[in-house]
Design a protein around this ligand. Structure first.
Ligand SMILES: Nc1ncnc2c1ncn2[C@@H]1O[C@H](COP(=O)(O)OP(=O)(O)O)[C@@H](O)[C@H]1O
Ligand SMILES: O=C(CO)[C@H](O)[C@H](O)COP(=O)(O)O
Length: 486
């Protein structure tokens, strides 16, 4: 399905050119404002100088300065960024997820909750009274079914890359052909899988995404999400509602209310506010997904600009004037104010590297790589069986052999093979009608690898550079700022 989207308003987070009117839907006027990028660009130098001093700075704030907190709950750990209205980073930090086990499985809910309050504790005490708002991004389609009265989970969460193939025929029977939900790892497949399991109480259930549930712990209003996280359960961000084919399902009662990302849900609860020393006017804002937060952090603001998140997984996001989705290839479009972030998320990425090399080895071995030379090795690096994009194949096998004697050559082959997957992703988006990519910014842990950036430039045949801000937490902080100043 290809649709163009319209709205004659500037978006809050991006200086976006006014696009032509939609061919398919009566566009709704979107509430948004423009944030001056020039201010943010100028502040880059200041960010660098501040960061050069210390990460968590108990600095004396200018009188009256207000601050905005973004938290990124990624695959391997969580981070926070505390910024002011110029985008200067006042403090930042990160925590690995503690691994609590229950019945031989990881208790992710306990780990995420512990990490959330740990990050709040890491925010310098002297800066907390200046915090106006908080927002959180999480891994997309990470799904938690909770008791709608208590907010406590009714089952283990379904993680972002978990697939429920048994639910796919049921979902395909109700959704339009090749709709975004027609993927085994979609939130809707996870909901249908849970709904179809006999042992679960259905009456007082509510569906939340990871970011929604973490934000609920801070504001206390259960059942609120954002239109990025809600995309993969079937919410249509262009018409700003769930489609009739979904609302007519028996489980539609568990679906969350949906707001735009970076909109105020409510005030921080009194007990958390007093426990940590946040001000009475501190508000909690809707979030987004981790790869969209990374896009926001990069501040790529023209159609044709793209952000590749080289985190545990490879997620690509291309700013397009046209909406594109095709579940056969794992391609979907997130709304970003009055444009579309077209892309997909592969199961390849840094997690495969981490299975083979430590971060130090990655750094040392990369020094031996000549990025101008193409590697003859042809792999498909996956942690486990199954791929989401640019091929949606739950049975795809990892391919990481033959392994050469030289570790540097092996790493070169893996980095180059991931670059080829990235290149295939971008050419697929163009074939499906998205605005062609003309420049790629890089976010995530892999963005620190200069040699990989050069390999990717050669394979993609495009300018590729490290984003000015590579952490998704910075993008979430921009969403918190949007909500606070609205
Ligand atoms: N020098 C490096 N070169 C390539 N990849 C790296 C390097 N250092 C770290 N990484 C990768 O970055 C990934 C972590 O990135 P991050 O953005 O923190 O992931 P996530 O948010 O998905 O947990 C790890 O999987 C690791 O393999
Ligand atoms: O791989 C992932 C975890 O890091 C997510 O799937 C990633 O966020 C991509 O999802 P989306 O495109 O919906 O943001």
């Amino acid at each position: 399905m290809v649709a163009s989207f319209c709205n004659p308003t500037c978006s809050l987070l991006l200086h976006l050119p006014i696009s032509k009117y939609s061919e398919h839907y009566t566009a709704k006027k979107l509430n948004s404002r423009s944030l001056d990028y020039n201010v943010l660009e100028k502040s880059e130098a200041r960010i660098t100088s501040l960061r050069a001093s210390k990460v968590n700075m108990d600095v004396d704030l200018p009188v009256g300065e207000r601050l905005y907190v973004g938290m990124d709950f990624g695959t391997s750990g969580a981070r926070y960024a505390l910024i002011n209205k110029e985008g200067t980073i006042r403090a930042e930090g990160k925590r690995e997820y503690p691994l609590y086990m229950s019945d031989e499985t990881v208790d992710w809910v306990k780990s995420w909750r512990t990490t959330l309050f740990g990050l709040l504790e890491d925010i310098p005490v002297s800066l907390r009274p200046a915090v106006s708002s908080i927002s959180i991004d999480g891994t997309s389609a990470t799904t938690i079914i909770v008791d709608s009265n208590t907010g406590e989970p009714l089952c283990n969460p379904f993680l972002y890359n978990q697939s429920c193939p048994e639910a796919l025929p049921i979902v395909k029977a109700i959704a339009p052909p090749n709709h975004t939900v027609c993927s085994g790892s979609s939130t809707l497949c996870k909901l249908v899988s849970w709904w179809s399991s006999l042992s679960t109480p259905k009456s007082s259930a509510a569906l939340l995404h990871q970011a929604d549930w973490l934000l609920w712990l801070l504001h206390g209003k259960l059942g609120v999400s954002d239109y990025n996280n809600a995309l993969k359960v079937g919410y249509d961000p262009e018409i700003e509602t769930y489609p009739p084919w979904l609302l007519s399902q028996p489980y539609s009662s568990v679906l969350p209310l949906v707001q735009a990302p970076g909109s105020v849900i409510g005030s921080m609860t009194e007990d958390i506010r007093t426990r940590f020393g946040f001000p009475k006017d501190c508000v909690i804002c809707t979030g987004t997904t981790d790869s969209i937060a990374a896009f926001l952090a990069a501040r790529a603001n023209q159609p044709g600009k793209a952000v590749t998140s080289l985190g545990s997984t490879l997620a690509i996001k291309l700013l397009s004037t046209r909406r594109v989705e095709d579940a056969r290839f794992g391609v979907y479009s997130h709304r970003l104010d009055d444009k579309w972030l077209v892309g997909g998320a592969s199961n390849t990425g840094g997690a495969v590297l981490r299975q083979i090399f430590t971060d130090d080895q990655l750094e040392k071995l990369s020094e031996e790589i000549n990025p101008a030379e193409a590697s003859p090795l042809d792999y498909y690096p996956l942690q486990d069986i199954g791929e989401r994009f640019p091929v949606a194949d739950p049975k795809m096998q990892p391919r990481l052999h033959p392994r050469p004697k030289s570790d540097a050559e092996y790493l070169h082959g893996i980095l180059e093979s991931i670059a080829r997957i990235e290149a295939k992703g971008y050419s697929l988006l163009k074939e499906l009608g998205a605005t062609p990519v003309d420049e790629v910014f890089t976010a995530g842990g892999g963005s620190k690898n200069e040699k990989w950036i050069k390999i990717r430039e050669r394979v993609l045949g495009l300018p590729v550079r490290k984003a000015l801000q590579t952490e998704a937490a910075y993008g979430a902080a921009l969403l918190a700022m949007k909500g606070a100043v609205q």
